[in-house]
Design a protein around this ligand. Structure first.
Ligand SMILES: Cc1ncc(COP(=O)(O)O)c(C=O)c1O
Length: 406
């Protein structure tokens, strides 16, 4: 018998970095979640773009169970079979030739940024000042001190000063600013192909092309942070596959383990060689349990029926959100790629995305905010259309309640 707990224990025992909803999820299957009171919800939040294959996917449960029955952890003094399979799948299906595994998106980005600095160092260029990291305003790259400083939201980094130095923030999607701001001093440029946390803002192809061209000119590394856009979220295994350019380094996490913590940094053979033995590491990175689940995730997402179903679900969501908006005028813009969709609240409702998410919970559907002005949806890539319709129906009810309370 487990000891009884309740939502009020959160305030009593857990550091208040989050302010979770009042309900506590208790059980989940597919795109449904039940709380401790037995109330059922449609999950259009996907654990913040993590459960790309929904909850309790039988093949993932079996992969975890089978690995749980064999070996959990051996440490990095040994390699293991699942991680070798996973690395093979990731390198076979992308530009990359080498992978470093960590446990989260922040760790994947930390590895990418450290690698960029080390490449410069190893070439004797760091001493000549080639150490600057270029990132973009409003971007989000994680919560370690380096990644939170690289992220373009000062509110998350300022209280933790002194911060790592030589980081420059440029406006997102601004071609001229990129041309001027990326210089011979730049050792790496890091960008999200859809800025997820700050409002679901896709990078324009011309902007991404400019970053690639300018990085080539000044010999800087281009890092795509695909922590949120990766593993099928945009309808391609990685969002960069919908652009005309390839990065030098790609980071991913979130949906890679479908909820089992794992992060990965993908790169080329030439760059990976700078991460010599002992230069970087992680106790749990690439452990057999996480790797076994992630290898199965990649296998399932790569199936044509998984990736092929994303666009249909995207269209369905967009159409229903436009209908809701036609009746309520609550949104000023509905945008996104694949199943990462943002609906920006119009002037009248600015700053109230948390209130709408709460109304959605009350109506029986999980959604997300993406900053104070944007409602975000990140459902499972394989959510059945009738369940999606049910969730969007509940969202419509939530929007009606939200608008009428104003
Ligand atoms: C684009 C992006 N990068 C990095 C992160 C950090 O990932 P994690 O929370 O797994 O460290 C996030 C998390 O939201 C993200 O959206």
């Amino acid at each position: 018998m487990q000891p009884a707990v309740s939502r009020s224990d959160f305030g009593a025992t857990i550091a208040p970095t989050y302010s979770p909803a009042n309900l506590i999820p208790h059980r989940a299957q597919g795109s449904y979640v039940w709380d401790t009171e037995g109330q059922r919800y449609v999950d259009l939040a996907g654990g913040v773009a993590v459960t790309g294959l929904g909850h309790g996917h039988p093949e993932l449960v079996e992969a975890l169970r089978a690995q749980g029955d064999s070996v959990w952890h051996v440490g990095n003094v040994f390699t293991n079979e699942p991680v070798l399979r996973l690395a093979r799948a990731l390198t076979e299906s992308t530009f990359a030739e080498k992978v470093f595994f960590g446990n989260s998106g922040a760790e994947a980005n930390e590895a990418a940024l450290k690698l960029a600095r080390k490449v410069s160092f190893d070439h004797g260029l760091a001493a000549k000042g080639k150490t600057e990291i270029v990132a973009f305003e409003e971007s989000f790259h994680g919560r370690t001190l380096f990644t939170v400083s690289v992220g373009g939201q000062a509110k998350y980094s300022k209280p933790f000063a002194p911060l790592p130095s030589d980081i420059r923030h440029l406006p997102f999607n601004d071609v001229n600013a990129a041309l001027a701001g990326i210089t011979e001093r730049t050792c790496a440029v890091i960008v999200e192909l859809v800025q997820g946390e700050s409002g679901v803002r896709p990078a324009m192809p011309e902007f991404v092309n400019t970053l690639r061209a300018r990085c080539n000119e000044v010999d800087a590394l281009l890092i795509f942070d695909e922590v949120q856009t990766g593993i099928g979220r945009t309808g391609r295994l990685f969002a960069y596959m919908g652009y005309e350019v390839t990065p030098d380094i790609l980071t991913t996490a979130k949906a890679l383990g479908n909820g089992f913590p794992i992060g990965a940094m993908l790169t080329t053979q030439r760059l990976a060689e700078h991460f010599t033995a002992g230069s970087h590491g992680s106790t749990f990175g690439g452990n057999p349990l996480a790797a076994a689940v992630a290898a199965k995730v990649v296998e399932i997402v790569r199936r044509p029926e998984t990736l092929g179903g994303v666009e249909e679900r995207h269209e369905f969501c967009m159409e229903r959100l436009r209908e809701i908006n036609a009746r309520t005028s609550v949104f000023s813009e509905i945008r996104g790629r694949g199943l990462l969709i943002g609906a920006e609240l119009n002037e009248r409702f600015r700053g109230q995305s948390a209130g709408l998410v709460e109304k959605a919970n009350e109506a029986g559907v999980f959604t997300l905010m993406a900053g104070p002005d944007v409602l975000r949806l990140a459902p499972s890539l394989v959510i059945p259309l009738d369940v999606l319709a049910e969730g969007l129906g509940a969202l419509e009810q939530a929007v009606n309640n939200f608008v009428s309370r104003q």
